[in-house]
Design a protein around this ligand. Structure first.
Ligand code: UDX
Length: 437
């Protein structure tokens, strides 16, 4: 099948490559020339495990091309909209400018019976509005909302073998012509047993908002428990292990630490609250405000704990922050708690060095005032205190004996609770976790 993918960021670039991998003929379209040049040369414009290899692999088959010209979408049967929906400046709501611009540019290239398939995360009601727009231009074309649930760092496997596929079609009818076409697009994962749900437009849009809100709530729940553990001398990691053994609760997404960040969870829960307010259902989501505050409080807590570890003052303390990305296996620093903590410490007088295996270039653009060092050993040399804020494997593997020879002070704040506290303490370190005695 011929497919166009509009928007080649974290979502669209992976989607385009994966659709070509599934055997389709795909054109990826983006207005960013540099991004398109990189992708055309089989280089991912961001770090995502396996994506470079996949791009190379599918481009050799001739099934994947890239363009900055939206008219390259003409002739495709399915047009995926994969552009970003960032938070509006100074407001909680989602900024839909890119979605609207993509739709407007795409419309002249849509033929009767084509599908326009939205994958971006949008406020409920957007799909119906776009469907009306589409039917004005091309009454026989269909608009589907097909939310994407991929996680950065696992984006390729999540796209090729998703947990589920959700098709939001008009009226939510299983017999809708669009269902047959999308089933053909996803025939490989469907044949492998991926469940597929057909819903109406608003339900499909809400599935995504609800899923991300649930995940954010789960993380803030355990971080709230971490606060209580800190006040009572209990250990949140053992608490999470114990409650996670109940199947109804589950251990995943119960890792207490510095909280969630990234380009999705924080802005998605805020946009969801804003949209609920517009719909007159704001009371239903007031708990998300608490989820957001618990999350932001973790950052302040880490700054305070670091000050305690440093003997009461941050002034002139040499602090090395291990990790800048919002999570490991990603170079994404959007709303990264690690970077926001590093910047706070620096503002309060500490001399901060940040290291990360992949995210330093992006970090430098966002916080140019911080000092960055790509080499881990050099970054740690002479540090008074170490903060592990993104749980990259190489940081989890650090040997406290070896590290003690490089640093100036034996103080470790483990912001992700991933180190063996007993081992670090036995090596003479003052170890602090979050929500742990
Ligand atoms: C998320 C959703 O998981 C994905 O389904 C959706 O499509 C996009 O948003 P992503 O932003 O890639 O994906 O990251 P995710 O793995 O969900 O982690 C989000 C944040 O939560 C990270 O900062 C991570 O460090 C943090 N986290 C996660 C915790 O603090 N504790 C946990 O137990 C799990």
């Amino acid at each position: 099948m011929r497919i166009s993918v509009i928007g080649c960021g974290y979502l669209g670039a992976v989607h385009a490559a994966c659709m070509a991998k599934l055997g389709h003929e795909v054109v990826g379209i983006d207005i960013d020339e540099r991004r398109i040049l990189e992708l055309s040369a089989s280089r991912a414009p961001f770090y995502e495990p396996g994506l470079d290899e996949l791009l190379k692999d599918v481009q050799e088959t001739g099934r994947l091309s890239f363009s900055t010209d939206v008219s390259a979408a003409a002739g495709s049967t399915v047009h995926f909209i994969c552009v970003g929906t960032p938070q509006k400046k100074g407001e909680n709501g989602a900024d839909l400018r890119h979605v609207d611009a993509a739709m407007e540019a795409l419309l002249p290239n849509v033929r009767p019976s084509d599908l326009v398939v939205g994958k971006s995360t949008v406020p409920v009601g957007t799909a119906s509005r776009l469907a009306d727009l589409l039917s004005e231009y091309q009454p026989d074309a269909h608009l589907v909302w097909n939310p994407e649930f991929l996680r950065e760092g696992h984006a390729v496997e999540d796209t090729l073998s998703p947990d589920r596929l959700v098709y939001g079609v008009e009226e939510g009818s299983e017999d809708h012509a669009a269902v047959t076409i999308l089933d053909e697009v996803y025939s490989a994962p469907l044949a492998n047993g991926t469940p597929r749900l057909v819903t109406d437009h608003p339900t499909a849009e809400l599935v995504k908002a609800a899923a991300n809100s649930f995940l954010a709530t789960k993380i803030s729940f355990i971080n709230a428990m971490a606060e209580v553990c800190e006040a009572s001398g209990a250990d949140v990691t053992r608490l999470a292990d114990a409650i996670g053994m109940d199947d109804r609760i589950g251990r995943k997404f119960l890792n207490a630490g510095i909280g969630f960040g990234g380009g999705c969870l924080p802005k998605d829960i805020r946009a969801f609250m804003a949209r609920a307010g517009e719909l007159g259902a704001d009371q239903a989501l007031t708990f998300l405000r608490e989820v957001d505050s618990i999350n932001m409080r973790r950052r302040t807590r880490v700054v305070e704990l670091t000050r305690e570890l440093c003997g009461g003052s941050l002034l002139g303390q040499h602090i090395t922050v291990l990790g800048a990305a919002f999570k490991p296996e990603s170079d994404d620093v959007r709303d990264s708690p690690a970077l926001s903590i590093a910047a706070q410490l620096q503002l309060q007088g500490a001399v901060v060095t940040v290291t990360d295996p992949k995210a330093l270039q992006n970090a430098e653009k966002r916080f140019p005032e911080l000092q960055y060092e790509p080499d881990l050993d050099t970054a740690m040399a002479g540090a008074d205190t170490l903060l592990l804020l993104t749980e990259w494997q190489q940081y989890k593997d650090l040997d406290p004996f070896e590290v003690s020879e490089r640093v100036n002070g034996l103080r470790m704040l483990d912001g992700r609770n991933v180190l063996d506290a007993a081992k670090w303490r036995a090596s003479g370190w003052q170890y602090r976790g979050l929500g742990r005695p």
